[in-house]
Design a binder for this molecule. Structure first.
Ligand SMILES: *Cc1c(COP(=O)(O)O)cnc(C)c1O
Length: 511
């Protein structure tokens, strides 16, 4: 195919955008500051005698720069985002409106407790919902994300073992299909990690798990539904075996979107589980946060909950700040500056109250229905990695690409040309060339049908041998083409260096 080029390097109305430092040409400024008063510097040798290198740009240049960059973002607000293990769903605007109410947006965690009673009540109400939806007696609200919640849960487990004279338990068992944060958390918490293999059906191999249980095991971390999109049907038996061995059962709750309103986590024998509010309860995420990872705890772990936490008393709400005293007597200490990610709490509670119990139950049902719709329709050309019904996400292996010369990566890149964010690729690791998709409940049948039609068409093209045109050069139409991943890995450029020409310092030095 002939390459389409333009004289400017821009593509249609997509404007090529260099770094802001490279835009510095005019020597102008968007702000007009009065001259600095002459003061004697006390910086001594540390005083810089060079300009700091800020680019000189006028206000419209700055506005255009950032607006153009923002237009390069693909997001859940611009299109379908079938990324698995992430729950990228629509964020109702009502949540944003609530989070921007001045009474919520303009408060400070240091203001007198008597003036923030409404905020504490909101935290307490959300905690009540999370406990009710999971059937668990306690919840630590302060963790800032899923991974932080995992750390909170494992620190509670470690504290409980130490309190019971079981501090010598140093091993955590994690299935090989687990999200990377699970083994990372266990290691950060000082544990040794061993992998539990999956059985042919994509679930935890319970015999292999039982064989590893012993007096050295502190906890078992299991994701349910797991990252293959399958419900761990033997979860209760696993919990019983784990408890009989004197260990605790941590459940990774990132996939709670599939269970809300249908499964009471407590009934599965769980001791601790984080809830990614930014996944299950709709908060914009994907750009690094903020998120929130409240962690529900069983009665055995509740006493170790980190400070600070909100308590309800006869004269209103207060905050337990110090470990070792009062209600925080056995608290493991502080994991985060304040009571948690308040803005995310407002969004999550707003979502929960707008949905109601019946709405939440419908949402989890629709999430599973949508994933199974993808599974059955895409099975016309793709190959599901596991038999039977899936939960909220579905994983295909790359066997449908055998002998085509096309890889999972090529399919993902070609999808970009078709106007879809790629699915999760090559994860979970237990599935060869995995394509993991989670449509979520918020996508319509029409959107799913468009996605299905594109993906089926690409699969057919791959099988017909159209590699070069459709796949190897993809994305062909995006502002950025395919990266040289080998070069990027071998010779990463990690630091921006000032170009020779047009550099602010060189210019000022010349003047
Ligand atoms: C997203 C996710 C996590 C980590 O959550 P963060 O909020 O990104 O820290 C852990 N486990 C699973 C299965 C996940 O999908």
């Amino acid at each position: 195919m002939t390459e389409i080029v333009t004289t400017s390097g821009h593509r249609a109305l997509q404007i090529e955008q260099p770094l802001i430092f490279e835009l510095d040409t005019s020597g102008s400024t968007a702000v007009d500051l009065p001259a600095a008063p002459k003061v004697r510097t006390r910086l001594g040798q540390l005083r810089s005698d060079k300009p700091i290198g800020l680019p000189g740009l006028s206000e419209p240049e700055v506005v255009r720069h950032y607006t153009r960059l923002s237009q390069k973002n693909y997001s859940i607000d611009t299109g379908f985002y079938p990324l698995g293990s992430c729950t990228m769903k629509h964020n109702p605007r009502l949540n944003e409106k609530m989070a921007r109410l001045p009474g919520f947006a303009d408060i400070h965690p240091y203001q007198p407790q008597s003036t923030a009673q409404g905020a504490y009540e909101l935290i307490d109400t959300l905690a009540h919902w999370l406990k009710t939806l999971t059937g668990m007696p306690a919840v630590a609200m302060s963790p800032a994300a899923g991974a932080h919640g995992e750390l909170c849960g494992l620190m509670c487990i470690r504290s409980a073992h130490e309190a019971n004279g079981q501090g010598a338990r140093k091993l955590v068992l994690v299935p090989e299909s687990a999200h990377g944060t699970n083994p990372a958390t266990a290691a950060l918490c000082g544990y040794r990690v061993e992998a539990i293999p999956a059985n042919a059906g994509g679930r935890v191999d319970i015999a292999a798990l039982k064989a590893k249980l012993g007096p050295d095991v502190a906890a078992v971390m299991i994701t349910n539904p797991n990252t293959c999109g399958l419900f761990e049907t033997e979860c209760i038996e696993i919990a019983q075996a784990v408890h009989a061995a004197g260990a605790y059962f941590y459940m990774d709750g990132a996939n709670f979107n599939a269970l809300v309103g249908r499964v009471r986590i407590a009934d599965l024998g769980v001791d601790a589980m984080h809830i990614n509010l930014h996944k299950t309860f709709s908060t914009p995420h994907g750009g690094g946060g903020p998120g929130a990872g409240p962690t529900v705890l069983s009665a055995a772990l509740a006493a170790f909950v980190p400070v600070p936490f909100v308590v309800k008393g006869v004269d209103g709400f207060s905050v337990e700040e110090h470990a070792g005293v009062g209600a925080a007597k056995q608290s493991l200490g502080r994991m985060k500056g304040f009571q948690g990610q308040f803005g995310v709490f407002v969004r999550a509670l707003s979502y929960i109250l707008a949905m109601g119990v019946d709405g939440l139950k419908t949402a989890s049902g629709d999430a599973v229905l949508n994933a199974n719709y993808l599974r059955t329709e895409l099975s016309a050309e793709l190959h599901p990695a596991f038999d039977g019904i899936c939960m909220h996400e579905v994983v295909f292996d790359d066997s449908f690409l055998k002998n085509t010369g096309v890889s999972t990566l090529d399919i993902a890149k070609a999808l970009i040309d078709e106007g879809f964010h790629p699915m999760t690729m090559y994860f979970p690791l237990v599935v060869h060339g995995a394509l993991l998709m989670e449509p979520t409940e918020t996508e319509s049948k029409a959107t799913l049908d468009q996605f299905i039609a594109s993906l089926l068409a690409l699969a057919r093209k791959a099988k017909q041998g159209d590699q070069a045109e459709w796949f190897k050069g993809a994305p062909r139409l995006a502002p950025r083409r395919r990266l040289d991943e080998t070069q990027a890995a071998r010779k990463p450029v990690l630091r921006w260096r000032k170009p020779e020409v047009g550099a602010v310092v060189a210019k000022q030095a010349a003047e």
